[in-house]
Design a protein around this ligand. Structure first.
Ligand code: KG4
Ligand code: ZN
Length: 330
């Protein structure tokens, strides 16, 4: 079965094609058009500008993706139906419905977070359940127990800001620009973890997170300074990044102790952070920890396609009735 997937939940327009056989999944194309330049002047994603850019780019991404996949026949269309920015999701879902109608192909809606988790199956389709997933993106920070494909139990999540959002907001405070995560991680490499910052909720006996207090602590520290020197910005980046990493890893270890998973999967844009990837592998040695390739951590359509491969609705699909009432999931 050949699946074409579309992702437009935030500021990346993605179109991908995968081929699924009984034992194998091969990625035939994965086109991502980034909108960083559109949003950079505003210091964050502007939803209506993002929707406009998706509308401009989506047809080009589709053509490029199909061409790279040698114009293979498509059997199923998958599209991100949420969560995400509503005007952006609407572009992707409407476009997917239009091509499904024109090509007379079935369509299914995929949850964006599920997509991030399934990015792990792009490099390994023999992952052992139960799986503990640490999902860390710009909009979500969650610990999820997955007993089988499609079976999720939410163990805990952020009560306020997501970890990625905290990276972006701290970058703004340090005048580093947008998107914050990659810049903070680069600056952190040159800095020392010498500024004392809190690790919110780290010892609470639950699997929830909170990052807005950490961001405020950074703000108060910055206010003490007359000037943001390069050294100070590097040290703050390093200290802040370590505070986030400590909380994420500690809570993941605690959840693993309680639920005994066979595998730990990391998912979401923040998992592109090299220091987080390194430290989690160092600190968890008794359970296999798997991470998607860096290019599949941030938003892309390949992860949506692979989530569609394992989606139950997909197993009984027929022409245009797999998810013909597809609605946004927000
Ligand atoms: O998963 P994603 O692409 O979009 C959402 O679903 O939100 O995640 C984007 C987030 C942004 O907050 C971005 O700053 C963060 O992932 N991010 C990083 C890194 N690369 C992207 N955070 C920390 N370190 C990175 N290297
Ligand atoms: Zn995402």
């Amino acid at each position: 079965m050949n699946i074409l997937a579309i992702e437009t939940s935030c500021d990346d327009t993605g179109v991908a094609v995968i081929k699924k056989t009984n034992n194998d999944i091969s990625l035939l194309s994965n086109v991502v058009s980034s909108q960083i330049k559109v949003h950079q002047p505003y210091g964050g994603v502007v939803p209506n500008l993002a929707a406009r850019a998706h509308l401009k780019n989506i047809k080009l991404c589709l053509e490029k993706s199909l061409k790279q996949a040698d114009n293979i026949n498509i059997d199923l269309i998958a599209v991100t139906k949420g969560p995400g920015l509503i005007p952006c999701l609407q572009i992707g879902v409407s476009f997917a419905k239009a091509i499904a109608y024109a090509w007379q192909k079935p369509i299914i809606g995929i949850n964006h977070i599920e997509g991030h988790i399934y990015a792990n199956w792009l490099s390994n389709n023999k992952i052992k359940f139960p799986v503990l997933c640490l999902v860390v993106s710009g909009g979500h920070t969650q610990l999820v127990l997955m007993k089988d494909h499609g079976k999720y139990q939410l163990l805990g999540q952020t009560r306020d800001d997501a970890a990625g959002e905290a990276f972006d907001k701290v970058a703004k405070l340090l005048k580093l620009g947008y998107p914050g995560g990659p810049i903070i991680s680069q600056r952190a490499e040159k800095g020392e973890k010498i500024i004392k910052l809190p690790r919110p909720m780290i010892y609470d006996k639950n699997f929830d997170f909170s990052f807005s207090g950490l961001k405020t602590a950074v703000l108060y520290e910055i206010k003490k300074k007359k000037k943001l020197t390069t050294k100070y910005v590097n040290d703050m980046s390093s200290s802040f990044q370590q505070a986030v990493i400590d909380v994420l890893i500690h809570k993941t270890i605690k959840a693993a102790e309680k639920y005994n998973p066979k595998t730990i999967l990391l998912a979401g844009g923040v998992i592109a952070n090299k220091e987080l990837r390194k430290q989690i592998q160092e600190r968890i040695s008794n359970i296999e920890v798997k991470t998607p390739e860096i290019k599949f951590c941030t938003d892309n359509a390949a992860m949506i396609a692979v989530a569609a491969c394992f989606n139950k609705k997909n197993q009984h699909w027929s022409k245009l009735n797999a998810d013909s009432n597809l609605k946004l999931d927000i």
